[in-house]
Design a protein around this ligand. Structure first.
Ligand code: PBG
Length: 347
């Protein structure tokens, strides 16, 4: 303190509140840290495609790959070694059609991957995404009302995703994932009654014990762009605004979440994460009894990767700050493509 002038000492001495006292050393900072990220909070998404010995990088998501099921035993072992407890699987079919038939195939890419991962690493929590957009030839999340004047429901718009018709298929998809050995199913289509239909379908087939992680608050977001490359599930026309939420709405998230809880959701989700930290905080406070996941989506990942590749950001610091922010907002679990790298940085 000898370098301080008498005058500047006077200004700080005796001041009651000096927050910097608790920032003076790494040890003290660590002691008072309120949020501490760990690999155990992460869920790592994986894209699975048919084939053998395939590991194809996704152009808009450096470090993220489409995998053939056979390679996933070794990959699951490396994920588990990093302390990451769970994966979330997305499938790319060989064949797409109007109703996404391959989504329920016992030998579908996801179904094969589930079995392979559970055999290689039994303690890995395998979560499967339940949606039709990767499986339909039109890229929409369900069965469409199409046919012009001859469409089945003339009072509904052309191209409208039909709720009841789609729910029936989603329940079959969930059962087929359960039969393959999935631990948790995660419906992502934002259709009304989706959780109830899947719960009923699972229970009817003896899967009462299997949990549902609902994509309970999912916005119609531009940040899914790179994912649609990775999973080849971009809509061929139109958008998803008739089922996904309007980014302008917050109170509506309470309604969506309350419905999913009433229908039997075991875990909740907010997606995307970064433009929706207020929603994460709100759902955490209003639905405090249920575990809450936040999905740090493909576009959020791509932004950091692109900036880091240009030397515009320190990637490690930006990623850990981002994930800490999502946790601080109230997420118990973070679904993130950064999981493996972040886990290494946290060791
Ligand atoms: C739908 C689904 C999507 C994502 C997860 N599940 C895409 C969409 O709704 O269009 C996006 C995830 C991401 O961007 O990382 N099956």
């Amino acid at each position: 303190m000898t370098h301080l002038t008498a005058h500047s000492r006077e200004l700080t001495a005796g001041a009651a509140a000096q927050p910097r006292r608790l920032r003076i050393s790494p040890a003290i900072r660590a002691m008072v840290r309120e949020t501490s990220l760990s690999a155990g909070d992460f869920i790592y998404p994986l894209f699975v495609t048919h084939g053998q010995r395939l590991k194809r990088e996704v152009a808009s998501m450096p470090g993220v790959f489409q995998w053939s099921p056979d390679l996933l035993a070794a990959e699951a072992e490396s994920i588990a070694r990093l302390g990451i407890p769970a994966v979330l699987l997305f499938g790319l079919p060989d064949h797409k059609d109007a109703t996404g038939t391959e989504s329920c195939a016992p030998d579908g890419a996801v179904q094969q991957a589930v079995t392979i991962i559970k055999k290689a690493v039994p303690e890995m929590v395998v979560i499967t995404d339940v949606c039709l957009c990767e499986y339909t030839d039109h890229g929409h999340c369900g069965v469409l009302n199409t046919g012009g004047d001859l469409r089945p429901y003339p009072h509904l718009p052309e191209g409208y995703v039909l709720n009841a018709e789609t729910l029936k298929i989603l329940a079959d998809v969930a059962v087929s994932h359960a039969e393959a050995g999935a631990d948790i199913v995660a419906p992502s289509g934002m259709l009304d009654g989706m959780v109830r239909a899947i719960r009923a379908g699972l229970d009817a087939r003896g899967f009462e014990h299997l949990a549902i992680l609902s994509y309970s608050t999912k916005y119609a977001s531009a940040f899914y762009g790179p994912f649609r490359d990775a999973a080849q599930g971009a809509p061929k026309f139109g958008d998803r605004r008739s089922h996904q939420m309007d980014p302008a709405n917050a109170r509506e998230a309470l309604r969506e979440t309350a419905l999913d809880v009433a229908e039997g959701a075991d875990m909740l989700m907010v997606k995307p994460a970064l433009a929706y930290l207020d929603i994460i905080r709100m759902i955490r406070e209003r639905f405090e009894a249920l575990p809450l996941a936040a999905y740090n989506v493909s576009g959020e990942y791509a932004m950091i990767k692109a900036a880091a590749a240009n030397g515009w950001l320190n990637e490690q610091q930006a990623v850990l700050e981002t994930l800490t922010g999502i946790q601080r907002a109230g997420a118990d679990l973070i679904i993130t493509y950064h999981a493996k790298e972040a886990a290494q940085w946290l060791i």
